[in-house]
Write a protein that binds this ligand. Structure first.
Ligand code: C2O
Ligand code: CU
Length: 455
């Protein structure tokens, strides 16, 4: 059984004029991934780009409005949230060096903020609710920052995070560089995990992390199809916007070219590419093929069961491979001292999730020196994975359980496996008090968050 819904409406003033108005996001309303697999897929919903309201060259000005939104996912309708009348929200596109101004208006009946995940923005623009007062209902805030590094980023609230993100508040940010080739298609895929809607818990419908029962949506649709024309090139930017669910992507016919912080040091096979919640991974498609995920869980990584189709890519032939300026850098040497240790623990019957034995907001601020190299060690003593995320910075991964990555690896969110230790090299070049937290949003909301002060 299959229906189609149109979930996007123009609820907002000003939405009807201009390119940023969403046309429609058709959602495959098939009730489970299994029954969808033998149905002809619906077309991949393309996330509209936010309209740039500033005619100047090095400036991008966006109007972003958070509001309630009637949503329909996997055959179930519910009262959710969206930006500019859609979920995912519009993709903000800019060139490296641009000044981005986001005129944000909160039409929700509750406070919210917008956080720019992965970007080095000034501290006051970070949307971290405990520093700035959050944006109250029916109020606005103008965020402004320079995008200084090419890559795929995303935005989401940092207030009642688990619930507000779950209800649909997230969108992508693409920062392009003239040094990178421009493909025929530059496509954003925002992944989210969907579990059966629970009327007793209407605000948390995507929580169960069981990879067997979770239904993945791609730009809001279940198992959509994208037709790639012969000879066309495509860069596909995948964002894991799920609260708690991981993917391990396999994509025959594609190569893995980018991570959290732009191009990789060298291309890698598109096999078992894990995205924890918050991670981004970019691919170049060389021949049309199915994008799938192996079953993967925060309780111990890969697990038994058939892999799931996320996106069918159809077409007749090969594309033209592009020439990416991979830098080829190797991993920096580990200086073998440590400035900051974060120990992740808790959960189980103990309630709170802890960093260094403390639960937010009763935490000890760690301080590091501005513009100096800081070595951070993250140890996970608990029985579940935790994606470690630091605001306002990018870091290099020095080692995972003592093994250095083969190529230099830059990130803002790194999965730390059960009983694992990850060492990170950080140039702490952005002054302020920055959040450090687990990006399993339920953990973050239940204590697993701290502050790194750079001054
Ligand atoms: Cu995407 Cu503090 O988070
Ligand atoms: Cu966690």
């Amino acid at each position: 059984m299959q229906h189609s819904f149109v979930i996007v409406a123009c609820f907002i003033a000003g939405c009807e004029d201009g390119d940023s108005a969403p046309d429609s996001l058709a959602v495959d309303a098939t009730s489970s991934a299994d029954s969808a697999s033998d149905a002809p897929g619906i077309e991949l919903p393309m996330i509209p780009d936010a309209e740039d309201l500033d005619p100047q060259e090095n400036a991008v000005r966006i109007s972003l409005i958070a509001d309630e939104l009637e949503r329909s996912v996997a055959g179930q309708s519910f009262a959710g949230f969206g930006y500019n009348g859609m979920s995912p929200g519009p993709t903000i596109r800019a060139n490296v060096g641009d000044t981005v101004t986001v005129e944000f208006v909160n039409m929700l009946e509750e406070s919210t903020t917008v956080h720019w995940h992965g970007l080095s923005v000034p501290n006051a623009m970070d949307g971290a609710a405990w520093i700035d007062a959050p944006v109250p209902a029916e109020a606005g805030f103008t965020y402004q920052f320079v995008v200084d590094h090419p890559g795929t980023y995303w935005y989401h609230p940092h207030m009642d995070v688990s619930r507000q993100v779950d209800l649909g508040l997230y969108g992508a940010i693409v920062v392009s560089s003239p040094d990178e080739p421009a493909p025929d298609h530059d496509i954003v895929l925002m992944l989210d995990a969907w579990a059966e809607y629970d009327e007793n818990d209407p605000d948390h419908h995507q929580l169960p992390p069981d990879p067997e029962t979770v239904v993945w949506t791609v730009n809001g649709a279940v198992q959509p199809t994208f037709a790639l024309e012969d000879g066309q090139s495509a860069r596909v930017r995948v964002v894991n916007a799920s609260n708690t669910s991981y993917v391990a992507l396999d994509w025959a016919g594609a190569i893995w070219i980018g991570g959290d912080q732009g191009l990789l040091a060298a291309a890698a096979p598109a096999q078992s590419v894990v995205l924890a919640p918050g991670n981004r991974r970019d691919f170049e498609v060389l021949a049309p093929a199915t994008l799938s995920t192996a079953l993967w869980t925060s309780a111990g990584g890969s697990t038994l069961g058939a892999s799931r189709t996320l996106l069918e890519m159809v077409g007749t032939g090969e594309t033209t491979a592009l020439d990416w300026p991979f830098p080829g850098t190797t991993t920096s040497l580990d200086p073998a001292y440590t400035d900051v240790v974060y120990v992740f623990s808790g959960g189980g019957g103990q309630g709170d999730w802890l960093i260094n034995g403390e639960a937010w907001p009763n935490v000890t601020t760690e301080t590091v020196s501005l513009d100096e190299i800081t070595i951070i060690e993250v140890r996970n003593l608990s029985e579940t994975h935790h994606p470690f995320h630091l605001h306002g910075h990018r870091f290099e991964v020095l080692s995972i359980d003592g093994v250095a990555p083969a190529i230099a690896t830059f990130a803002d969110t790194i999965d730390v496996a059960i009983r694992s230790t990850v060492r990170l090299r950080l140039l702490a070049n952005n002054p302020g008090d920055w959040l450090v937290h687990c990006h399993l949003l339920g953990h973050e909301d239940n204590g697993m968050m701290g502050i790194l002060r750079v001054n």
